[in-house]
Design a protein around this ligand. Structure first.
Ligand code: ATP
Ligand code: SKM
Ligand code: MG
Length: 173
């Protein structure tokens, strides 16, 4: 089985994915880290030096390469992965892939991301909590169309990562 986690920045794909991989004893892959390995620079540098369009093309290509492998794994995607090109179609077309949308409330996303915004190039320019909230509200509204195409939706607005891992496992049974 391949499990693909989708959701907004800060929804917990990387954190939940790592824990889930330990419980299910499946290898964990993070699409952002895979891209950084292949490109040999950080995501922030890809955005600033090569631009977002370049990043989206690489992201789509690396996603397709990973999902075409016969190995089983848990993949944490980037926050924008399903929202560009044919990426979400590609994910849902694979019958050996279970896609899971980690759904997190606007309030919680703002709380989590305000201290981590500088690690995320799309948020780095925002100056205060109000701007962060306004940006995320609009962005999440646009992106929810893609996230909602996932096979399963799991709420991840609590502080407790283990609780979310349990919810995911119950949905997989
Ligand atoms: N219930 C929870 N599940 C996951 N992460 C949580 C939870 N509560 C708090 N966090 C924190 O939220 C932050 C964001 O999580 P994470 O980096 O896993 O998000 P992400 O979805 O991978 O984001 P991105 O799309 O930017 O890669 C982390 O610092 C994590 O510790
Ligand atoms: O939501 C997004 O578009 C992004 C999320 C991160 O995971 C990275 O993939 C990058 O910072 C872009
Ligand atoms: Mg991540």
């Amino acid at each position: 089985m391949k499990i693909v986690l989708v959701g907004y920045m800060g929804s917990g794909k990387s954190s939940v994915g790592k824990k889930l991989s330990k419980v299910l004893k499946l290898p964990f892959k993070d699409l952002d880290s895979e891209i950084e390995k292949i490109e040999e620079i950080s995501i922030s540098k890809i955005f600033s030096e090569k631009g977002e369009i370049y990043f989206r093309k690489v992201e789509n290509r690396v996603l397709k390469k990973l999902l075409s492998e016969s190995k089983h794994f848990i993949l944490a995607t980037g926050g924008g992965t399903p929202c560009y090109g044919d990426s979400m179609e590609f994910i849902t077309a694979h019958k050996d892939v279970v896609s899971i949308y980690l759904k997190t409330s606007l309030e919680v996303l703002v709380t989590r991301l305000k201290s981590e915004k500088n690690q995320r190039p799309l948020l780095a320019h925002l100056n205060n909590e109000e701007e962060i909230e306004d940006f995320i509200r609009k962005h999440l509204f646009e992106r929810a169309f893609y996230y909602n195409q996932a096979n399963v939706v799991v709420e991840n607005s609590s502080e407790d990562i283990a609780e979310t891992v349990e919810k995911v496992i119950l949905k997989l049974l």
